[in-house]
Ligand binder design. Structure first.
Ligand SMILES: Cc1cc2nc3c(=O)[nH]c(=O)nc-3n(C[C@H](O)[C@H](O)[C@H](O)COP(=O)(O)OP(=O)(O)OC[C@H]3O[C@@H](n4cnc5c(N)ncnc54)[C@H](O)[C@@H]3O)c2cc1C
Length: 336
């Protein structure tokens, strides 16, 4: 049986009792119903890129592997594209850029599946997936019916949504995107991208060029999956940027609509004394390219990951009084 260590990008996690790979909506719903009727706790996975699974895990797993997308050409307002949940996210972004469907090009290179993107409202380089999602179709495990949930009802926020708040309620079957048409990217919103292209915030460049730039920037940070680059054997950012009333002096911070500030977790970690590459042993370290990623150097256990995460979290708490929260979902393990 394939272990979670082989099904996740952090490459840790025990062996499931049963692994069901579902390639159609009917197969997904059937697998979920069987588990729900027998009262088994089912772990649903897509690309396994946002999961820290305990080595002791031994429950049933459903891997969502439905692929394909359709553009409804009867809709005049841009592209109206419905994508199956198990479709690879970056393959979809690549097709969007080729077809002149705008609004997701800055999300190039994020690993995982389309169906997982609404869950934590994935975001990068000034774009969030919630800006282009029109609706989500999902199996409701409580009512045993399919729900169509419009974007306005998804309760999207920074790395959160109604799906993240209620992790066992829905299984996402497909996501429909409404994407403007054009050749130029959406306006650049992220300073690092503007600097990279020698442009101003608000400028637009060709969407393919923007995608290539994002992929290059991500690779330089170990944030692009690469079997040869152990800095990418991670869940991406391990911690979310915390929200605070008053950011520490000099900390990169962004004002939020509620009057608070979002502070750079990477900065807090560095300033608390944890440099790139820091580790408690040689099995798990911070990425050598980015302090926000906890990386498996080849033989990590889930306990190694949790130990380092706790150490960093406690260090930041001691220095700044700020409590970091994990961005990834922890299964069978928890931070103290
Ligand atoms: C190198 C690297 C870089 C990353 N960069 C970014 C980034 O820039 N921005 C960002 O936001 N994230 C980033 N991530 C995190 C991750 O890629 C995203 O959160 C991604 O959307 C997870 O997709 P997945 O299919 O791998 O989900 P999984 O890890 O398989 O699952 C994540 C959660 O979603 C649930 N789930 C998955 N599919 C479904 C479904 N169909 N229905 C119901 N529940 C489901 C799972 O049960 C789990 O709780 C990065 C990760 C890595 C490894």
């Amino acid at each position: 049986m394939t272990a979670l260590a082989e099904l996740t990008t952090l490459k840790v996690g025990g062996t499931p009792s049963v692994l069901t790979i579902a390639s159609t909506e009917d197969e997904i719903i059937e697998a979920v119903q069987v588990a729900d009727e027998t009262g088994q706790e089912l772990l649903i996975i897509g690309g396994g890129s946002n999961l820290v699974v305990s080595d002791n895990f031994s429950g049933p797993v459903l891997k969502i592997a439905s692929t394909g997308f359709e553009n409804d050409s009867t809709v005049c307002a841009g592209a109206w594209v419905t994508v199956q949940a198990g479709h690879n996210w970056d393959d979809f972004v690549s097709d969007c850029v080729k077809n002149g469907w705008l609004g997701v090009e800055a999300l190039s290179g994020i690993p995982g599946t389309v169906g997982a993107t609404p869950i934590q409202n994935v975001g990068a380089y000034g774009q969030q997936v919630s800006e282009t999602i029109a609706q989500v179709r999902a199996w409701n495990r409580e009512t045993k019916k399919i729900d169509t949930i419009f974007s306005a009802n998804c309760e999207f926020g920074y790395r959160t949504s109604i799906f993240k708040r209620h992790p066992n309620r829905w299984v996402i079957l497909s996501v429909t995107f409404q994407l403007p048409l054009g050749e130029l990217s959406s306006p650049i919103k992220y300073n690092e991208l503007a600097v990279y292209f020698d442009k101003e915030i608000g400028d637009r460049i060709s969407a393919p060029e923007l995608r290539e730039g994002v992929l290059e920037l991500r690779a330089g940070k170990g944030m692009l999956l690469d079997a040869q680059d152990q800095d990418s054997w991670s869940v991406g950012s391990f911690f979310m940027n915390p929200r605070v009333d008053t950011p520490p002096a000099d900390a990169p911070a962004w004002p939020e609509p509620d009057g608070r500030y979002k502070v750079s977790a990477a900065w807090l970690i560095e300033q608390a004394g944890f440099a790139k590459g820091f580790g408690l042993n040689d099995r798990v370290t911070l990425s050598t390219k980015h302090t926000l990623a906890i990386t498996n150097r080849g033989s990590a256990t889930s306990s190694d990951v949790i130990e380092l995460a706790n150490h960093v979290k406690n260090g930041v708490k001691e220095k700044f009084g700020i409590e970091l929260q994990p961005e990834a979902r922890l299964i069978g393990c928890a931070l103290s």
